[in-house]
Design a protein around this ligand. Structure first.
Ligand code: ADP
Ligand code: MG
Length: 325
């Protein structure tokens, strides 16, 4: 468990973190989003003890990070792995030696290192790249090496700072699939800092939004994106929002996977004899499962019978004035 309480951090006169509160449970995948300069990387660096916070408390499994000094802190930091956008691999070392580096620093024996590095190479699915040098690898492969190295000391927490931001979208997805698999297999807590909202939407269980050094919004992924806060709308930029027709009513209908099999729209048209048009339909993959939704526009006089029909059918719905594209 990571407990962050009223953490503040300033650089000279610039207050970067303003009383941050977060409570992160073990084994979950968290997303931390926010505009560039909002303090995301600073917060990650406070969590892994690279940056000393000015006030407040960060406890990992009840250990206060600011109370640790030198050797103690170095030892404690074994619990926390970190990966970055630029991979931070050593170019003069091959894949094997890059992954072995943390264990060599801690003076592990040759056999133990060999066993672990081979295990890790399998886990990140690049056993054939063992002897390759970083310059011979693609971005996705480099990030796999960085992940293996971050896991070398069996950390409890993995911090990812824009780890997929430099990758093509489909490669970014495969890296996220890998991180999800690792999260499940090892029960490791993952904190994902990214500006890629589609990634947090799909892979994170809970999301925190940082705005000017404060947690401005937080929530479980599905809820967070389905009812976007002002802060989230702000972050997405107004170009993502389209106004819906002002006459009549606009309903958002939300279907879970089971409900999509029931020919809902056809039945709704037949049974209510109400007229409606589909403004938008889409599917979203959330950590909690797949959700289908439709925005339909109905004339005022049909609203009552269509909405009560939906309620009777136990279909989730709500009224919308605008829609995020
Ligand atoms: P983000 O990761 O959300 O883009 P950062 O945490 O990197 O934001 O930075 C937040 C603010 O803190 C920025 O204005 C940045 O310039 C400033 N900052 C970060 N690290 C330092 C530092 N070591 N010294 C001075 N200012 C810093
Ligand atoms: Mg950053």
């Amino acid at each position: 468990m990571i407990e962050i309480n009223k953490v503040c951090k300033s650089f000279h006169k610039l207050q970067v973190l303003k009383e941050i509160n977060m409570k992160l449970e073990d084994g979950k995948i968290y997303g931390l989003i926010g505009q560039s300069g909002s303090g995301k990387s600073t917060l990650l660096r406070c969590i892994n003890g690279l940056t000393v916070y000015d006030k407040g408390s960060i406890k990992i499994d009840n250990v206060e990070i600011s109370s640790l000094k030198n050797a103690e802190l170095r030892k404690f930091r074994q619990n926390i792995g970190m990966i970055f956008q630029n991979y931070s691999l050593l170019s003069r070392l091959n894949v094997y030696d890059n992954i072995a580096l943390p264990m060599r620093c801690w003076k592990y024996g040759r056999e133990e290192i060999d066993k672990r590095v081979n295990e890790l190479l399998d886990m990140v699915q690049i056993p054939d790249k063992k002897n390759a040098f970083p310059k011979e690898l693609s971005g996705g492969q480099k990030q796999r090496v960085a992940i293996a190295r971050a896991l070398a000391m069996n950390p409890k927490v993995l911090l990812c700072d824009e780890a997929t931001s430099a990758l093509d979208p489909n490669i970014a997805e495969t890296i996220m699939e890998l991180l999800t698999e690792i999260n499940k297999k090892l029960g490791i807590t993952v904190i994902l800092v990214t500006h890629q909202l589609s990634i947090v939407k799909t892979y994170c269980e809970k999301i925190y939004l940082l705005e000017e050094g404060k947690i401005a919004a937080e929530g479980e992924s599905e809820e967070f994106f389905e009812n976007p806060s002002r802060e989230l709308r702000n972050l997405m930029g107004m170009q993502g929002i389209t106004a819906l027709p002002e006459n009549g009513r606009n309903l958002r209908i939300i279907l879970n996977e089971k409900q999509t099999d029931e020919r809902l729209l056809a039945r709704m048209a037949l049974e209510t004899k109400g007229a409606f048009s589909i403004v938008k339909a889409d599917a979203e993959q959330y950590h909690s499962g797949r959700v289908f939704y439709m925005i339909i526009h109905v004339e005022e006089e049909c609203f009552e019978k269509i909405s009560s029909w939906l309620t009777e059918e136990r279909v989730r719905w709500n009224l919308e004035k605008e829609v995020l594209l």
